[in-house]
Design a protein around this ligand. Structure first.
Ligand code: ZN
Length: 299
């Protein structure tokens, strides 16, 4: 494949975007994933657009609170595993000090890409000095969890569900391994081993989310909470957020996530070596079929 460095040309655009919408109202920045036709699957351009929106929200003095939601039926079905706008082959503007993945092979290619785009961006967003609320409806799967988990609060509609089915790909969960921090360890095991959908009311019982409301009240409920937070002083909010993040890191969140990230990449390498594919040829279609078979069995 001709690469950017070889040809000196800009890589072809994978889809035109924008993949995210941004709107500021009454001190609240509404950042909405906008690929509803693909259940807001996250390609790398979408992730960079998200990062741009967060940058804008932090820079804007008028913004006190950020809401992260998804347009359409679902919050996010996870990382892009095969839409026409999948763009893992394209170069991207990196947000951390990593080199480009596009010319690389072996295990290094995915490692540097995910260091920057998954682990790096998620950590950067979790550390944003303004509070963020995830507004979740429908599916919040795998990479979708990463976006919800980096927010300070999660408000879900009663039809929302949470799922990390990537153990089917030999992976110990998604790249941002917060599972045993978001859920009690025994429940995290179940969540990963069985890979089943966790309905919003169950996630609420376990303290993974803050509120469950009927679908038609989701936006209003989030707006109400955001408006209340927006009345607090900016610095006080930032310091409180930093304090909670600090405690989580002292409990081992950062170091354990680093360790598990390397297991995750051992698994990518193993898949690559044994099947020639990062995720053992387990694409979105295969995942959907496995989910369907699992749901049938439960009946
Ligand atoms: Zn990965």
């Amino acid at each position: 494949m001709a690469t950017t460095a070889q040809t000196g040309e800009k890589p072809a655009e994978a889809g035109t975007g924008p993949f995210v919408t941004y709107d500021v109202r009454d001190g609240v920045a509404w950042v909405m994933l906008d690929r509803p036709q693909y259940s807001n699957a996250q390609n790398y351009r979408l992730l960079n657009e998200l990062d741009d929106c967060f940058r804008k929200a932090i820079d804007d003095e008028a913004v006190k609170v950020i809401v992260l939601g998804g347009n359409g039926k679902h919050f996010s079905a996870g990382h892009d595993m095969g839409t026409p706008e999948k763009d893992s082959h394209l170069d991207r503007e990196r947000r951390d000090l990593w080199w480009s993945h596009t010319e690389l092979g072996g295990a290094e290619r995915q490692y540097v890409l995910e260091q920057d785009a998954y682990l790096g961006l998620c950590r950067r967003w979790a550390a944003m000095p303004k509070p963020a609320i995830a507004m979740v409806q429908g599916a919040c799967i795998a990479g979708g969890l990463m976006l919800a988990w980096v927010c300070d609060m999660i408000v879900a509609s009663d039809d929302a569900f949470f799922q990390d089915p990537v153990l089917r790909m030999n992976q110990p969960g998604v790249e941002y391994f917060a599972h045993p921090f978001e859920l009690p360890p025994r429940i995290a095991r179940e969540f990963l081993y069985l890979g089943q959908r966790m309905p919003a009311p169950r996630a609420y019982e376990l303290g993974m989310i803050n509120r469950v409301v009927p679908r038609d009240q989701l936006r209003d409920e989030v707006a109400k909470i955001a408006a209340e937070i927006a009345e607090r002083p900016r610095l006080g909010l930032a310091l409180t957020k930093q304090a909670i993040n600090l405690v989580e890191d002292l409990r081992g969140k950062r170091t354990s996530m680093d360790a598990v990230f390397h297991m995750h990449h051992f698994a990518h390498a193993q898949n690559q070596l044994t099947t020639g594919n990062l995720v053992g040829n387990f694409d979105a279609k295969a995942m959907a079929a496995a989910n369907k078979a699992q749901a049938e069995k439960k009946k």
